[in-house]
Design a protein around this ligand. Structure first.
Ligand code: HEM
Length: 407
C-alpha cells in the first residue's frame, strides 16, 4: 500500500522521495570504486577532450568494464551520470554536422546495463544532470547557489553549471510542495478540511518559491552560451534531423534507438502538482508530457501515478468545499500559471530571442568566432526534449488556467 495505514499521508520514502530533498538525490556520491577509474577520468576530462575533438578517439580505446562491481542505488546513479555525460560528449563532439550513428560497445554495453537496472533510458536525463549532479563546497554549509557545485560538466563553462544548479534550486523549492501534496491527499481521504487548507497554502507558497528560484537563471546563465553551446549537448536522437535514424548501441541491439534529450519536462515535480490539482492538458501536450515520464526514475513515476489514482482534490472541493477552500485551491492554480508564465519568459529569452540573434549572426557570414555562429540549426524551433516549443508551453499554461474553480 502506498498510503500509510492510518491514512495520514502518502509515504514519500517508499517512492525514494526524501523529506529533505524531494526528488533530488540526497548527497550524491562523487566517486566510484577504483575499478571504474577509466569512466571517472573520462567524465572528469570531457570539456578539454571535446574542445580538442579527441573524446571519440579516447572512448574508442576505453576498456569494456563489467557493471557487476557497482553496488547500491547511489553508485548506479553516479555511473549513469558519468556514462550519460560521456555519451552526450561522444555524440555531439563535432557539432551537429559530424555526428556519429554508433555508440561503441565499450560505452554502450555498460551504459545500457546500468540504465536497465535503474529503469532509465540510456541517454542523459534530468535525473542525471540536475537531480544527481551536485555537491556542496562546504559540506556543513547550506543549499545556496554559492555553496553548490556540479560533479561533472560539459562545454558551456559557468553558464552550464548555472543552468544545472539553478534548476536544482527550483527542485529544492518544490520540496515543501511535494510534502504538502502527500499531506493533502490524506486530508481528502479522512476528510479533514483544516489540514487540507493548510497543505494547499503550503503548496501555493512552494510554487511561488519555485518561481523565485527560476528567476536566478538570469544571473547565472548567458543566453548565447545556452543557445549556442549547452543546448546541443543536451539534445537527443529522437526526431532530430541531425541524427535522423537514431543511435545504434553497439553490442546491445541490432536496430538503432531514438531517445529525447535531457529537459526539465522530465522533472516529476510539476507532473505531481498537475495530477494532484486535477489539471488536464490537451491530448497533444499530455502525449508529450506522458512520454517524458519514461525518462524519470520508475519510483518517481510511480508516485505520480499514485497521486493521479487517488481521490480528486478538485472534485472534493467542487462538491463539498467551503468558499475559503476554493480560494486556497485557486491560489495554487494561480501560482502554477504564474510559474508557467515566467518559464515562458525564460524560454523566450534563452531560445526565441537568441534564435533570432543567431540567424542574424549567421547571415552576416563574416566568419566571426561568435558563439552563435556555431548554434545548432536542427534545434531552432525545438526544445531539447524535441517539442515545438512556444505553442506547447502556452497550451500547457492555458489548460492550467482552466483548472480554476468558480467561487
Ligand atoms: C534556461 C532555462 C530553461 C529553458 C530554456 C527551458 C526550456 C524548455 C523547453 C524548450 C521546454 C519544452 C519541452 C522540451 O522540448 O524540452 C520546456 C519544458 C518544461 N520545462 Fe523548461 N526550460 C528552462 C528551465 C526550466 C526549469 C529551471 C524548470 C524547473 C524545474 C523547467 C521546467 C519545465 C517543465 C516542467 C516543462 C514541461 C512543460 C510544463 O509542464 O509547463 N524548465 N522547458
Amino acid at each position: 500500500m502506498a498510503r500509510r495505514e492510518n491514512g495520514l499521508c502518502i509515504d514519500l520514502e517508499k517512492f525514494h522521495v526524501s523529506e529533505a530533498c524531494g526528488f533530488v538525490l540526497p548527497e550524491p556520491l562523487t566517486v566510484l570504486p577504483g575499478f571504474y577509474q577509466p569512466w571517472m577520468e573520462m567524465a572528469n576530462s570531457l570539456t578539454g577532450l571535446i574542445e580538442q575533438h579527441q573524446l571519440r578517439r579516447e572512448v574508442n580505446q576505453m576498456q569494456l568494464l563489467s557493471t557487476n562491481f557497482l553496488t547500491g542505488h547511489k553508485q548506479l546513479r553516479l555511473a549513469h551520470l558519468a556514462l550519460s555525460f560521456i555519451t552526450m560528449g561522444y555524440v555531439w563532439q563535432d557539432g551537429e554536422t559530424n555526428t556519429t550513428k554508433v555508440l561503441p560497445r565499450n560505452l554502450a554495453v555498460p551504459f545500457c546495463k546500468v540504465s536497465e537496472i535503474l529503469g532509465l533510458p540510456p541517454i542523459l536525463v534530468h535525473a542525471d544532470c540536475v537531480l544527481a549532479n551536485w555537491k556542496k563546497k562546504d559540506p556543513n554549509g547550506s543549499m545556496e547557489f554559492g555553496n553548490l557545485d556540479t560533479i561533472f560538466v560539459l562545454p558551456g563553462g559557468d553558464s552550464l553549471k548555472g543552468f544545472f544548479l539553478v534548476t536544482l534550486l527550483v527542485e529544492m523549492a518544490a520540496v515543501q510542495g511535494i510534502k504538502a501534496v502527500s499531506v493533502a491527499a490524506g486530508a481528502v481521504l479522512r476528510p479533514d478540511d483544516d489540514s487540507l487548507e493548510n497543505a494547499l497554502q503550503d503548496l501555493a507558497k512552494s510554487i511561488k518559491q519555485m518561481k523565485e528560484a527560476l528567476k536566478k537563471m538570469d544571473d547565472h546563465v548567458d543566453p548565447a552560451t545556452f543557445y549556442g553551446v549547452i543546448r546541443l549537448f543536451l539534445s537527443g536522437w529522437k526526431d532530430n534531423p541531425a541524427i535522423p535514424e537514431g543511435l545504434l548501441y553497439e553490442g546491445v541491439a541490432e536496430e538503432t534507438r531514438q531517445y529525447s534529450g535531457g529537459s526539465a519536462a522530465q522533472s516529476s515535480t510539476l507532473h505531481c502538482f498537475d495530477e494532484f490539482l486535477g489539471i488536464r492538458h490537451n491530448r497533444e501536450s499530455a502525449g508529450f508530457l506522458d512520454r517524458m515520464r519514461d525518462y524519470m526514475p520508475p519510483s518517481h513515476k510511480a508516485l505520480i501515478q499514485i497521486i493521479a489514482s487517488g481521490p480528486s482534490v478538485r472534485e472534493y472541493i467542487v462538491s463539498k468545499g467551503s468558499p475559503a477552500l476554493r480560494e486556497t485551491y485557486n491560489n495554487c492554480v494561480a501560482a502554477l500559471v504564474d510559474l508557467r508564465n515566467h518559464h515562458i519568459t525564460v524560454v523566450t529569452r534563452y531560445i526565441s530571442i537568441t534564435a533570432a540573434k543567431a540567424k542574424a549572426e549567421k547571415a552576416k557570414q563574416t566568419g566571426s568566432a561568435h558563439v552563435l555562429q556555431r548554434a545548432p540549426s536542427a534545434l531552432e524551433e525545438r526544445g531539447t526534449g524535441g517539442s515545438g516549443i512556444m505553442c506547447f508551453l502556452k497550451n500547457v499554461r492555458d489548460t492550467t488556467k482552466r483548472g480554476m474553480i468558480d467561487i
